[in-house]
Design a protein around this ligand. Structure first.
Ligand code: FES
Ligand code: FES
Length: 159
């Protein structure tokens, strides 16, 4: 069954006709051609597909398109601030927080969600926030460092 939905995606309003049971992940990747959001497990266990839905991080592999009417969605393609990378993107590059990069979009979106709520996270806060995002490459230390550095940069901008 198809359903009409109005959404805001990365700041742009869109009207879509979607199969109600289409997963948000598939809608983004296969119908809107935003392929930055990755599929890892497809079952809500790896965090690779994380996007922000009404400001909160969600696994897009678990969200049905039919539930999205009125939703505000931000994907990795919408993380930049104007032409500039978001501080968390810059910090991941600077600190080597990405290796193969497959987990990185999800890590970045979850990190942004944390920093939106807490500009002074402890290491424990960061580990807890990212505990649902799996990375097979980095050993996590450089990711934690990157989030700490992004937090410091954002605090400096806010003073
Ligand atoms: S692909 Fe969605 S949580 Fe793994
Ligand atoms: S950088 Fe390869 S899975 Fe995280």
């Amino acid at each position: 069954m198809k359903k009409q939905i109005n959404i805001t995606l990365n700041g742009r309003r869109m009207r879509l006709e979607v199969p109600a049971h289409r997963l948000l992940l598939d809608l983004l990747r296969d119908e809107i051609a935003l392929t930055g959001t990755k599929e890892g497990c497809g079952t809500g266990d790896c965090g690779a597909c994380t996007v922000l839905l009404n400001g909160k991080p969600v696994n897009s592999c678990l969200i049905l398109s039919g539930e999205l009417h009125g939703a505000d969605i931000v994907t990795i393609e919408g993380l930049k601030i104007g032409p500039e990378f978001h501080p968390v993107q810059k910090a991941f590059i600077q600190d080597g927080g990405a290796q193969c990069g497959y987990c990185t979009p999800g890590m970045l979106m979850m990190s942004k969600a944390l920093l939106d709520e807490n500009l002074n996270p402890t290491e424990e806060d960061i580990r807890f926030a990212l505990s649902g995002n799996l990375c097979r490459c980095t050993g996590y230390a450089k990711i934690i460092q990157a989030v700490q550095d992004a937090a410091a940069e954002l605090r400096a901008r806010n003073v």
